[in-house]
Design a binder for this molecule. Structure first.
Ligand SMILES: Cc1cc2nc3c(=O)[nH]c(=O)nc-3n(C[C@H](O)[C@H](O)[C@H](O)COP(=O)(O)OP(=O)(O)OC[C@H]3O[C@@H](n4cnc5c(N)ncnc54)[C@H](O)[C@@H]3O)c2cc1C
Length: 390
């Protein structure tokens, strides 16, 4: 099999890239190790930055998002029983975010790809990228029990944190920057109306909690838990009781209870692989970087990477110049590191580190007070939250 761009992974990065290339008239083949149902049901991100929303619309993939997504012009921060609204739109000159689940973004992109785009092979597991530093890179993969080869002009590794494509970068050239956190998020999906019409980020002495939503009748809620926690160890009653404590306010508002339909624990990690390009292999999304979910940046960073790659390839076709492809890694990494900084700062602002000293807790309180009382500090948070430019 032969194509211009071999895309490994059909998460948001791989699927959007396939769509952008299709719109630009560049052929691509997508290899995805899982089946379609798995990719469409994997519960993950839910907050789309303004830039992501704009890209999905421009790619002709925003119709259902605009109909069913929930536009949010603000978020609420809650601590010491008090609420502080961050007016995202007012502080950023009109930028907002869209609450629309990653599962739905993937469903929309898969439907478009199968209807209009090039091949998208499910249950096709990439085994290795070969000859990445030549003009004819290849992806060896296994599909329907047989080993096959995809010959390409370019390979884009969109295969997530556990993918194989980045192994093609020689160890002597690769650098990894990493921080693991001593806590994770216990996430639940509940058939219950959202606690509030905007997202609520609570920094409680017992730990962080987040109240988000999937629709007007489905809530997505998270609790900070120690690393290694087993989700099954939490009964539904214990979960609701803990959520009620962490979201407590002086006015007594608490999330509405309802049947919990899903529970899982996500570890928290900051991680960057540099460089993001080796020869004709380009890494995009979680294959190259992970952020703790606090800043809601993971999916949005993946979008930034593939937009950068698609632009670079179109530029090459139009001008014959490789300049944008060559600068792919530093261009992406500038935005990646801003998102890493933002996500780490917001995590530190809102979580209760088990080993925090009294001095650090006072600093955390001072940072919170600064955001609640200073427009410039709130504006900085709002700019980061609504997203850094592509
Ligand atoms: C609980 C949780 C909440 C989150 N909340 C947010 C949020 O609110 N906002 C946000 O922006 N981000 C959020 N994120 C992060 C976001 O989900 C990820 O950053 C995003 O999925 C990255 O997309 P991706 O396409 O790069 O990788 P992935 O979504 O991981 O997709 C990679 C794909 O590659 C496939 N694959 C892997 N190996 C191979 C192989 N060898 N061959 C072929 N295919 C392969 C996988 O099956 C997968 O489909 C959250 C993550 C979690 C876990």
């Amino acid at each position: 099999m032969r194509t211009t761009v071999g895309i490994v992974g059909a998460g948001p990065a791989g699927l959007l890239l396939a769509r952008l290339l299709h719109r630009a008239g560049i052929d691509a083949v997508v290899l995805e190790s899982r089946d379609r149902a798995y990719v469409e049901q994997r519960q993950r991100a839910g907050v789309l930055e303004q830039g992501t929303v704009d890209v999905l619309r421009a790619a002709g993939a925003g119709e259902r998002m605009d109909r069913e997504g929930l536009r949010h012009d603000g978020v609420e921060l809650r601590w010491a029983g008090r609420r502080h609204r961050i007016d995202l739109a007012g502080l950023t000159g009109g930028r907002s975010v869209m609450v629309y689940a990653q599962t739905e973004v993937c469903k929309d992109l898969i439907a478009l790809q199968l209807a209009e785009g090039g091949p998208l092979l499910f249950e096709a597991r990439a085994l290795a990228v070969e000859d990445a530093d030549t003009e004819r890179p290849r992806v060896r993969f296994r599909h329907r029990g047989a080993e096959e080869v995809l010959e390409c002009d370019y390979v884009v590794g969109c295969d997530g944190f556990r993918g194989v494509t980045r192994r093609a970068v020689p160890a002597a050239l690769a650098q990894v920057f990493e921080r693991t956190y001593p806590f994770g998020w216990l996430g639940v999906l509940a058939d219950a109306p959202p606690a509030h019409d905007e997202l609520v980020y609570a920094g409680h002495d017992r730990g962080f909690a987040l109240a988000s939503m999937r629709s007007p009748s489905v809530s997505r809620l998270y609790l900070q838990v120690p690393a290694g926690t087993d989700a099954a160890a939490w009964s539904d009653d214990a979960l609701w009781a803990e959520l009620e404590r962490r979201f407590e306010t002086a006015d007594g508002a608490v999330p509405a209870r309802g049947p919990i339909t899903q529970k899982s624990v996500t570890p928290m990690r900051s991680w960057v692989h540099e460089p993001m390009r080796y020869g004709r292999l380009h890494l995009a999304g979680d294959a190259a970087h992970i952020v703790p979910p606090t800043g809601a940046k993971g999916l949005n960073l993946a979008v930034g990477d593939v937009v950068t790659f698609a632009r670079a390839l179109v530029h090459r076709r139009e001008t014959g110049s490789d300049a944008l492809l060559t600068s792919y890694s530093p261009t992406c990494l500038r935005r990646v590191w801003q998102a890493e900084r933002f996500s780490a700062d917001l995590t530190a602002l809102l979580h209760r580190a088990p080993d925090a000293t009294p001095f650090e807790l006072r600093l955390q309180r001072a940072r919170r007070e600064r955001i609640a009382s200073c427009r410039a500090a709130a504006a900085d948070l709002a700019e980061g939250y609504t997203g850094f430019p592509f």
